[in-house]
Write a protein that binds this ligand. Structure first.
Ligand SMILES: O=C(O)CCC(=O)C(=O)O
Ligand SMILES: [Fe+2]
Length: 494
């Protein structure tokens, strides 16, 4: 699972250094063995040449008879033994051990890494020729891919039915054939795969077996209001879906001082991103010292995130991040943060879920979802502490900035929050009636470069009645029967 977090990736990077050291030792041992053999070979050849110069007289000397016999018995036996002995076994067995280590990537990880790259490419509409040249969204990382790498990626894109991208990568592989050996070895494979891609594309398009120009990305639809949920998420990540000036006209920002007397002294800086439904962004609501404690608390604790399914939690490509839950009893800093969340939200944190810390590495993302539980999740016992009710609100703290990508996208309310260290987003998941609000659909966009840490505070609805009174009227935009339908679909999907 190393590709889903930078933390795990740096560990594996350390293992690679050890692998290289064992390999060096192996080579050094074998080198000295070969050096020894070469010296013996020279010696034998020298003796033989001398013998040849003697001619027949050589065999007349008892000394030479002895030397020849010795060479052909003892000496050659030693040489043969040495040649047969495996050298560097110790380094080899250490190397094997290291490769068995936890976190060592296997083939599934390799595929995951390519998946992540293709996801980045399709969401941010990156051009293949740029990616292959190490340029990601305009920033150059100085890593070039060779023809073989491009072929690998093209093949996987083909397996994943990303036909347009498969085509672009295979063409790039062709462009990157440099040596004669590459041409000889790779070109036939590339040509074969290209033919497959073209055949599939023309089948799909129903064009009499010919495909004209193959674009690597389909054009951005003109009407961005009728899209699948995933497309809405990705076009929000890429910045194509964004609020209009009229969406933003009534928004305010300022200092929050009302929820607690303490805030008169230290007001919270808050910005309204949307009023209906409410989406707020608090700036500078964490201290570096708190992040330092959190870093220590979560070190070595994260594991690959799952999505909750019908029968169990499963690792899914819809969510490639790593997380851990930590109860607030573990450290005073977590309780201090909860006090601050109470001040920020006016809600009661007594029964919030444990603190969830997530780490996303390059390519890491979490596709669109709602944080609230569908009714069927309660019926099928998938909700921990169901008596606490649904997740009334979310506070999402950003513990890092992210170099490129990694925003939180809200496709329906057209917002893309760029991770800002020390900031936190707040939104209600439920309508005042308690019905889940579908407008707060959101997801974590894939990271292009850098690493992202977030802390989720999921606040449950019980014990909030004096804070956010439950309303009898339903302000939701969907009916309960539509909600149940959504819920049924969600349980089938996972
Ligand atoms: O990391 C983000 O930006 C969003 C995370 C999220 O939505 C979640 O963990 O539920
Ligand atoms: Fe979420």
């Amino acid at each position: 699972e190393f590709y889903s977090s930078i933390h795990a990736m740096s560990k594996v990077f350390g293992y690679e250094q050890k692998l290289l050291q064992h390999m060096q030792k192996f080579i050094a041992d074998n080198d000295s063995k070969l050096d020894f053999l070469k010296a013996r070979l020279e010696e034998f050849e020298r003796e033989r040449n001398e013998a040849l110069q003697w001619g027949v007289a050589y065999f007349e000397s008892p000394l030479n008879k002895y030397l020849l016999s010795k060479r052909l018995t003892l000496d050659w036996q030693r040489i043969a033994n040495l040649m047969a002995a495996s050298t560097g076994e110790k380094s080899l067995s250490r190397l094997h051990q290291l490769r068995q280590r936890k976190h060592m990537p296997n083939e599934a990880e390799l595929e995951g890494a390519i998946d992540g790259l293709l996801r980045l490419q399709s969401i941010y509409r990156l051009q293949t020729k740029h990616v292959a040249a190490g340029i990601l969204d305009g920033v150059s990382y100085g890593t070039q891919l060779n023809a073989e790498h491009c072929l690998d990626i093209g093949q996987q894109a083909l397996r994943l039915e990303h036909l347009q991208l498969a085509h672009a990568w295979l063409m790039e592989a062709n462009n990157r054939l440099t040596t004669a050996e590459d041409h000889h070895q790779l070109q036939p494979q590339i040509a074969e795969k290209l033919a497959q891609v073209k055949a599939r594309l023309s089948n799909n398009q129903g064009v009499n077996g010919t495909v004209e120009k193959i674009e690597e990305h389909s054009p951005v639809p003109e009407n961005l209001t009728v899209l699948s949920e995933f497309d809405a998420y990705r076009y929000t990540c890429s910045g194509h879906i964004k609020p209009t000036p009229s969406d933003q006209r009534d928004l305010r920002c300022g200092y929050l001082t009302e929820t607690h007397p303490f805030l008169l002294l230290a007001p919270l800086k808050v910005e309204e991103l949307r009023t209906e439904p409410l989406l707020l962004l608090y700036h500078e609501v964490l201290y570096q010292s708190e992040i330092d404690v959190i870093t220590k608390l979560t070190r070595n604790k994260i594991e690959r995130a799952t999505v909750t399914g019908q029968n169990s939690s499963t690792v899914s490509n819809a969510r490639t991040s790593q997380f851990t839950f930590i109860p607030k009893t573990r450290h005073k800093v977590l309780r201090t943060i909860d006090q601050r969340v109470e001040d920020m939200t006016g809600l009661n944190l007594m029964f919030a879920e444990d603190h969830q810390f997530s780490n996303y590495g390059v390519g890491g993302h979490y596709a669109q979802h709602m944080d609230w539980f569908y009714p069927n999740a309660f019926e099928t016992n998938q909700v921990a502490n169901p008596e606490m009710g649904n997740r009334i609100a979310t506070v999402l703290f950003y513990l890092t900035d992210v170099a490129q990508g990694g925003g939180t996208a809200f496709p329906i309310i057209k917002q893309l929050l760029k991770p800002e260290k020390y900031a936190a987003a707040f939104w209600y998941n439920l309508h005042a009636s308690g019905v889940g609000d579908t407008r707060v659909l959101h997801g974590a966009c894939p990271i292009i470069a850098g690493s992202k840490w977030v802390l989720n505070r999921w606040i449950r609805e019980n014990y909030q009645s004096d804070k956010r009174p439950c309303e009898l009227w339903d302000d939701s935009q969907i009916s309960l029967s539509q909600l149940l339908e959504l819920s049924r679909r969600a349980s089938k999907q996972i």
